[in-house]
Design a protein around this ligand. Structure first.
Ligand SMILES: NC(=O)c1ccc[n+]([C@@H]2O[C@H](COP(=O)([O-])OP(=O)(O)OC[C@H]3O[C@@H](n4cnc5c(N)ncnc54)[C@H](O)[C@@H]3O)[C@@H](O)[C@H]2O)c1
Length: 308
């Protein structure tokens, strides 16, 4: 196709996509049926992972739960059964350990079958200023929040590609789109998770595997305990999110094949502004929105990981 024709095509399609998304403000998108799908959720022993498990369970899926917290997973499994999961399997798996991911993934394939919806949710936060953060925790943050996604994709994506069917869900963070004072290692891990999920999504499209969908989730602080003690400067503009609300929005995004989900809605504007305004103004807006306030978060990483 020549330059002129391709440009016209792009302009017309862009116009159509905008009209389409305007229509969807009034007419809700068709939701896909996920009954019978095998859904694997990492970090399912608490927080958003547990709530997503319950939401997926209510849609008749087969659930596979992974966590390093056995008791938490057992509790989630019980709740998921009550919510209607057709089957629930849970496995102790430290996602930061590549060999363990491959070993437990093989076990899942033998005992349950191919995973068709993979939710990379396990996450940790150091909660320390960069120079105060122990090296071992910085490494662990990258291993859990980013590297684990590589290994789970390697383990479960081949079957999705072979069937041209599946869904990759990355629970990243708004800290994967905008830097935050006091969260340097966490931000680095989440920026990497966003870049990774977006790029693999593009790779799948480029190779014609459009049946494997991607959803990248970037929420602001959620009231799960992971960022206990964190305060928002302007609660109306940037509310601390309710975990139930977040889990429901994620499931809705999966059911409607939404690629990016940012929460709250103001994050769409803030992220766009960051990339268009000059640096001084971006930094001013950042301070206005509270980014210069030291994030004072409690972290439970020390419960799980021995520090060196
Ligand atoms: N809470 C927030 O404010 C917030 C905001 C944006 C994004 N997120 C992201 O949402 C996800 C879920 O967070 P949450 O708020 O539910 O926190 P959470 O601490 O309640 O849940 C995290 C779960 O991951 C598990 N986990 C930790 N290390 C693991 C490992 N190596 N292998 C397997 N499981 C492991 C923990 O045991 C825990 O059950 C995380 O990826 C987090 O970064 C959270």
């Amino acid at each position: 196709m020549n330059f002129f024709l391709e440009t016209i095509q792009v302009l017309l399609l862009s116009l159509w996509y905008n009209v389409e998304s305007f229509i969807h403000i009034f007419v809700s998108k068709k939701k896909k049926n996920i009954a019978g799908e095998v859904v694997l959720i990492t970090g399912a022993g608490s927080g958003i992972g547990r709530l997503m498990a319950q939401e997926f369970a209510a849609r008749g899926t087969v659930l596979v739960l992974w966590d390093i917290n056995q008791d938490g997973m057992k509790e989630t499994a019980g709740l998921a059964k009550q919510s209607g999961a057709s089957r629930v399997h849970y496995y102790l798996c430290d996602c930061s350990d590549k060999n363990e991911v491959y070993r437990v993934a093989d076990q899942v394939k033998r005992e349950v079958g191919d995973v068709s919806i993979l939710v990379n949710n396990a996450g940790i936060v150091t909660g320390k200023k960069f120079m105060d953060a122990p090296d071992s925790l910085i490494e662990k943050t990258m291993e859990v929040n980013t590297m684990a996604h590589f290994w789970t994709y390697k383990a479960f994506l081949p079957a999705m590609i072979a069937n041209n069917h599946g869904h990759l869900v990355s629970i990243a963070s708004s800290a994967g789109l905008i830097g935050v004072n006091g969260l340097a290692d966490y931000c680095a891990s989440k920026f990497a998770a966003v870049g990774f999920a977006e790029s693999v999504g593009l790779e799948l499209l480029a190779t014609g595997k459009d049946g494997v969908k991607t959803t990248i989730v970037c929420p602001y602080f959620i009231n799960t305990g992971m960022f206990n003690g964190c305060q928002t400067k302007w609660p109306r503009l940037m509310p601390i999110l309710d975990p139930d609300y977040v889990a429901k929005k994620i499931i809705h995004a999966v059911l409607t094949d939404q690629v990016f989900l940012l929460m709250p809605k103001s994050m769409y504007l803030i992220t766009a502004l960051k990339n268009v305004v000059q640096w001084k103004q971006a930094s001013l807006l950042g301070s206005y929105l509270g980014s210069s306030v030291q994030v004072d978060c409690h972290t439970n990483t020390s419960l799980h990981y021995k520090l060196h």
